[in-house]
Design a protein around this ligand. Structure first.
Ligand code: 4NP
Length: 151
């Protein structure tokens, strides 16, 4: 079983979408996909309604998800950890000193824009268009991730 973790700040907008999208492209028999936030502001909550809506529009149900905080044991539990932006990336790396763990952490948009370290913009304070935009970026990234994992 290969395990992949998606990480953003609140685990209610971006990483729940990344989790739902990647899960929809992989067989649950061989892959576990989860998500977490570097901050605990929304622990236990459902994804943001706007994330739920945009996912639903593309046929993905993310209402089974509840926000949780990233924990140190996630480094051992997961094989790959995708950060949504540079701030998440640095927050994740700041709590480890094991080089092997550090290798697991990647910026998700480096899948389609290698080495550019582009951020998935935080859509929390914007409108629905921001969520649509985030969905498209994540769908593109997850398509690449899924095809690599399945080969
Ligand atoms: P996310 O978005 O990191 O994509 O889940 C945010 C959600 C909540 C907050 C910030 C970003 N907040 O400040 O509460």
């Amino acid at each position: 079983m290969k395990k992949i973790l998606m990480v953003c700040l609140g685990n209610i907008c971006r990483s729940p979408l990344a989790e739902g999208i990647l899960q929809s492209k992989l067989s649950s028999e061989f892959f576990k996909v989860d998500s977490a936030g570097t901050a605990g502001y929304h622990v236990g909550e459902l994804p943001d309604e706007r994330s739920i809506e945009v996912a639903k529009k593309y046929g993905i149900d993310i209402t089974n998800q509840r926000s949780r905080k990233f924990v140190i044991s996630d480094f051992k539990e997961f094989d790959l950890i995708y950060a949504m932006d540079e701030s998440n990336y640095h927050n994740i790396l700041s709590i480890i000193d094991d080089n092997e763990d550090a290798q697991k952490v990647k910026m998700i948009l480096n899948e389609q824009y290698p080495t550019e370290s582009r951020n998935v913009p935080d859509p929390y304070y914007g409108g629905n268009q921001g969520f649509e935009n985030v969905y498209k970026m994540l769908d593109e990234a997850c398509e690449i991730i899924a095809s690599k994992l399945e080969n």
